[in-house]
Design a protein around this ligand. Structure first.
Ligand SMILES: [Zn+2]
Length: 382
């Protein structure tokens, strides 16, 4: 049986272990410098961590800053694995990751129904098969579940519109079926956490995440913490006004973010313009090849996204904005319109925006959920 959580007593020792997990391998000299600790204190703190096997000593290397050989400290990323699940209305996307969030295996399975017991069974069976094929079941230390909804206690889903769920104790049901700790989180909050620890926001303390795809998502990290609120899952940013002449959303807003940016809205407009069904990849391909209707549609949407990026930047002053989501191709195919719109809404004296475009397919959403399980595992003792 593998450890089910890091067991670290003191807050400073946990800070040391976290620094190594997130940024290692690191020499002791570098670690002491980063955490503002004396070498003696650091040695005292790392000794039990190394003895427990929580930290390992990597191969000796030349520590250029200190000018002497340093024995870097690292974690054994393969020591534990985590399951990550993202649920849409139609499918479960499941990944297996290691302790540093590296994806080891991915599987997508259609949901048999929205009945919660059936979803639990599907997820548990699929994860079991993935683990059997790719890892050692004894290393599996937890499962994270992400969905478009809200689970305030990180277990019971208060509401998940895509699944038609209300007060479904999904976390405890899945924990019972698998015998593992399970954490349920809003999918955008989970992806934000993953970008914070192991992605586009890993080296900054304050950043914003915007996602485009089935919906429009917004996550914020301030002082190294993901900002959470009970309204997460309502998709509030989706109705942010972007274009007074844009299409109508189902709630009746003209040119709101949902009406301008979602895959469903863009493919519906493209299909209407071309008189046949056009999927998202095809729409992006047509725009790249210069099809006038596709180009206009993509540029209008990218302009809207630019206004949204600029609003987020102007209002929350992040060090960086990470763009992701399964529709994120909009940001690259429409890059020119995106940046023109950002410039139009920013003071010319304002600092240049640091914008990072990250992959946003369903494996990434599932990885986000898995990282929430990693965080629960690592921080549970805190
Ligand atoms: Zn709307």
């Amino acid at each position: 049986m593998t450890t089910r959580a890091w067991t670290i007593e003191s807050g400073t020792a946990l800070d040391v272990a976290l620094e190594v997990l997130l940024r290692g391998p690191l020499s002791r000299a570098e670690l002491a410098r980063r955490l503002d600790l004396s070498q003696a204190t650091l040695s005292r703190l790392t000794k039990p961590l190394v003895e427990q096997g929580l930290l390992i000593e990597g191969a000796a290397r030349q520590d250029s800053a200190a000018g002497r050989p340093g024995q870097p400290l690292d974690v054994d990323a393969s020591s534990h694995t985590f399951g990550g699940v993202t649920l849409t209305g139609e499918a479960a996307h499941i990944v297996l990751v290691d302790l540093r969030g590296t994806v080891l295996a991915t599987q997508h399975v259609p949901l048999p129904s929205h009945h919660s017991a059936a979803v639990v069974e599907q997820v548990a069976d699929t994860l079991d098969a993935i683990v059997r094929d790719h890892s050692d079941a004894s290393r599996l230390a937890g499962i994270g579940v992400g969905l478009g909804g809200h689970a305030p206690d990180r277990s019971t889903v208060r509401v998940a519109p895509f699944l038609g769920w209300q007060d479904v104790p999904f976390g405890s049901m899945l924990a019972q079926a698998t015998g593992l700790p399970c954490v349920v989180e809003n999918d955008v909050a989970a992806l934000t956490a993953a970008e914070h620890w192991f992605g586009g926001g890993r080296d900054v303390q304050r950043f914003a995440l915007l996602t485009v795809g089935a919906g429009v998502g917004y996550g914020l990290v301030v002082d190294n913490r993901v900002v959470t609120h009970e309204d997460m899952g309502l998709g509030l940013v989706g109705h942010f006004p972007l274009d007074p002449n844009g299409p109508l959303c189902p709630e009746g807003h003209r040119g709101c973010a949902r009406s301008m940016l979602t895959i469903e809205s863009l493919t519906r407009q493209a299909s209407l313009a071309h008189g046949r069904s056009i999927n998202y990849d095809e729409l992006m391909g047509l725009a790249v090849s210069g099809d006038p209707a596709a180009r206009r549609l993509v540029d209008d949407a990218a302009t809207g996204l630019g206004h949204l990026v600029a609003a987020v930047a102007n209002l929350t002053m992040p060090e960086r904005i990470v763009l992701s989501g399964e529709g994120v191709a909009l940001a690259t195919v429409g890059a020119e319109a995106l940046h023109t719109a950002i410039a139009a809404d920013r003071d010319p004296r304002a600092s240049t925006l640091d914008i990072v475009v990250r992959p946003g397919d369903f494996s990434q959403w599932a990885r986000g959920a898995a990282v929430v399980a990693i965080q629960d595992f690592v921080l549970r003792s805190r």
